[in-house]
Design a protein around this ligand. Structure first.
Ligand SMILES: CC(C)(COP(=O)(O)OP(=O)(O)OC[C@H]1O[C@@H](n2cnc3c(N)ncnc32)[C@H](O)[C@@H]1OP(=O)(O)O)[C@@H](O)C(=O)NCCC(=O)NCCS
Length: 180
């Protein structure tokens, strides 16, 4: 397990899947805002659930997020789009509603940065998030991510095109303990 100050990132367990489906995926609006893919219902037990992990898929490393104090499952986090030639990857995450608003997201981003830069030797990490996702933007910027641009009308969300913000952080800019 990878440890931050409040959260741990561990492998996906079989019994995490129904919880994540109920707590994250069943919220159509939040799911549509956070996931580039169109929302559709998932059959319980489906092997095609977005929360089922394929350990052979090299470019995508999904984690389950747990509270260090007690081990409760509180969400998902991933390093995806891993490019070992250009040494870049993207970060994504989602917390269950009861775990939001407690400052966990900054810690999750910090642990993903440690995994990306230290464990995987990435040179650049990137986050794309909707321009009104204030909590995600703040969690990224507190870890040193810089706003590099706005992808205008890049995301179709519940009947409208919304802007996304592109944020990047380079290995040499990363300060592991700075939460500014
Ligand atoms: C995005 C998400 C992970 C953020 O987690 P969270 O628990 O809601 O956010 P946190 O409580 O950790 O807050 C992060 C920071 O944003 C700030 N923040 C949150 N909402 C804010 C608002 N409306 N205005 C200003 N600041 C805000 C917090 O104060 C905190 O900053 P601080 O640590 O300096 O005080 C969570 O809301 C989530 O899972 N959302 C659904 C999925 C999603 O959007 N994923 C991201 C896709 S890229």
């Amino acid at each position: 397990m990878l440890r931050g100050s409040k959260v741990g990132l561990r492998a996906r367990h079989e019994d995490d899947i129904p919880v994540l489906q109920a707590e994250l995926h069943s919220d159509v609006v939040t799911s549509s805002r956070a996931d580039g893919r169109p929302w559709r219902p998932i059959t319980p037990g489906s092997k095609d659930s977005p929360f089922v992990v394929d350990d052979k898929e090299q470019g995508h490393v999904p984690f389950s997020v747990v509270e260090l104090d007690g081990g409760t499952l509180i969400g998902t986090a991933s390093l995806w789009g891993i490019d070992n030639h250009h040494r870049g990857a993207h970060i994504g995450m989602g917390l269950v509603p009861s775990a939001r608003g407690k400052g966990y997201s900054t810690d999750v981003v910090a642990v993903l940065c440690h995994y990306g830069f230290v464990v995987r030797g990435m040179q650049r990490l990137q986050i794309e998030t909707l321009s009104d996702n204030t909590a995600m933007l703040r969690a990224a910027e507190r870890n040193g991510f810089v706003r590099e641009g706005v992808l205008r009308s890049s995301s179709w969300v519940m009947g409208e095109f919304l802007d996304e913000v592109l944020l990047g952080l380079l290995a040499q800019e990363w300060k592991p303990d700075a939460k500014v």
